[in-house]
Design a protein around this ligand. Structure first.
Ligand code: PHE
Length: 457
């Protein structure tokens, strides 16, 4: 059975592919937005707590489920608990995979548009003010066709990688794109820290102002931690089903969490110095990287054209690469399940998944323009999908997976997975199991209940 399935060829492939899934728009687009809204350093502190105490245990639980069953997100639960309702966790994951890929690709499509525009020098063409950039952004995203075309091209790129399989597709491209991404980040940090707003931004990012912490900020931090690490919707169950028996689950998870957190915080250091330099409020919201940043590129261009041009282009290439390694992993949740469950070829299945997401993604894209007034439960498609995945499916999935591994699965099996059948020593076994059994589920539950009360009462 195992030999028929793909598998990752190396430990570095495992870490880079999983980190590729984790590092994405979540880190570079969503994280700075949330930090801006949550008041800077205080948000980051809470976020770090959620990453290491809650989201990382969920990640390790997903690894245990995926590698012990060597099956897709739904098949894994069918194998480990046949005939039991746990399979619902997998079903939620696959549904979540379709939803998240659909709305994510819309923003990735915008990124593609901005990458091309910056390559042609349009963003730094000069004479444009923030008003122009705001208008340009709004008229682009509300256009009925243009963003859908970019969405389709982006989905096609994702499709081409997934259709090639695990080693030749996902692993190969992650191994090439992730190091490139890190190099671009380092270059951008140099640009940014030489901007006049560097000192203010460092204060903003490092000096916590606890008065900004509200229940909403705490909830936002948890949602962000889940989204950023791709946990709770079976994505990492799917990836870890391709891990070999030598893959070290705990150290891989720790590495992925560290890489993901580093990229998020570094993105803050790329974006905020530039934001403070042009005197724009740091809580500009989702338009931050599409409206605020172009101002900075123009500013840099005015001083040294080549620097401004390179800064803009590199930034959007970075965003695009990061989005691509993440969308691949969302696609794989759905493709792996459908192809294994229905016994269809990967190529054929990938086409179905891409087509469905193109339709759903178009709905999301239209909700910024002609379908602005079409709402379900008071939300347009984009918001509805985003909300359903990040505020509902991910926390619930994460909760159920930690309960599954911590309380339902045989403790021996869990320890065998974590120690690779006793061949490695995991010194942190006790605290780790404590996090999986108690801390993570309790943390998620408290916040989740609060959220439900907020929504329904
Ligand atoms: N973690 C990705 C990001 O930060 C998003 C993602 C969510 C990827 C869910 C896979 C599954 O952008």
């Amino acid at each position: 059975m195992h030999s028929e399935r793909g598998s990752f060829g190396s430990q570095s492939g495992v870490i880079l592919a999983s980190a590729g899934s984790a590092v994405g728009l979540g880190n570079i687009w969503r994280f700075p937005t949330e930090v801006g809204r949550g008041g800077g350093a205080a948000f980051i502190l809470i976020y770090l707590g959620f990453i290491f105490l809650v989201a990382m245990p969920v990640m390790i639980s997903e690894f245990v489920i995926g590698r012990s069953s060597r099956s897709n997100a739904i098949g894994a639960f069918q194998k480990l608990s046949p005939g039991k309702p746990w399979v619902a966790v997998g079903v939620m994951g696959v549904l979540g995979g379709f939803l998240v890929l659909s709305f994510y690709s819309v923003v990735a499509g915008w990124t593609l548009h901005y990458t091309i525009a910056s390559a042609f020098g349009q963003l730094t063409a000069g004479g444009q003010s923030s008003v122009d950039f705001g208008q340009a952004f709004n008229s682009f995203v509300s256009d009925p066709w243009q963003p859908i075309i970019y969405l389709a091209v982006f989905l096609l790129l994702t499709h081409l990688v997934v259709a090639r399989g695990i080693q030749h597709g996902i692993e190969r491209y992650s191994k090439f794109m992730m190091p490139m991404l890190l190099v671009i980040i380092v270059l951008l940090i140099f640009f940014s820290l030489s901007m006049p707003g560097a000192a203010d931004s460092i204060r903003f990012l490092l000096q916590p102002d606890l008065s900004k912490v509200t229940p909403e900020v705490i909830l936002g931090a948890m949602g962000q931690a889940f989204f950023s690490l791709s946990v709770g919707i079976g994505c990492l169950v799917t990836y870890s089903s391709y891990f070999s028996k030598e893959t070290r689950l705990v150290s891989s998870a720790v590495n992925v969490c560290i890489i993901d957190t580093m990229v998020a915080v570094l993105s803050g250091f790329i974006i905020f110095p530039t934001v403070f330099s042009v005197g724009i409020a740091p809580d500009a919201g989702p338009g931050l990287v599409f409206i605020t940043l172009p101002n900075v590129f123009v500013l840099a261009f005015g001083k040294m054209p080549i620097v401004g041009y390179a800064f803009a282009l590199l930034f959007y290439v970075l965003l695009l690469l990061a989005a691509l390694t993440s969308s691949i992993s969302m696609h794989e949740i759905c493709t792996a399940f459908i192809s294994e469950h229905f016994g269809k070829s990967r190529r054929w299945t990938a086409i179905v998944v891409t087509a469905v997401c193109l339709v759903l993604g178009s709905f999301c894209s239209l909700s910024f323009g002609p379908w602005q007034d079409v709402t379900i439960f008071g939300r347009g498609f984009f918001d509805l999908f985003d909300f359903t995945v990040t505020k509902f499916l991910m926390p619930l999935g994460g909760l159920l997976m930690t309960l599954f591994v911590g309380w339902y699965l045989d403790r021996k099996l869990v320890e065998q997975q974590l120690t690779n059948d006793g061949s490695i020593l995991v010194r942190t076994m006790k605290p780790l199991l404590f996090l999986i059994r108690w801390v993570a589920p309790a943390g998620i539950l408290v916040i989740f209940i609060n959220e439900l009360i907020d929504i329904f009462i």
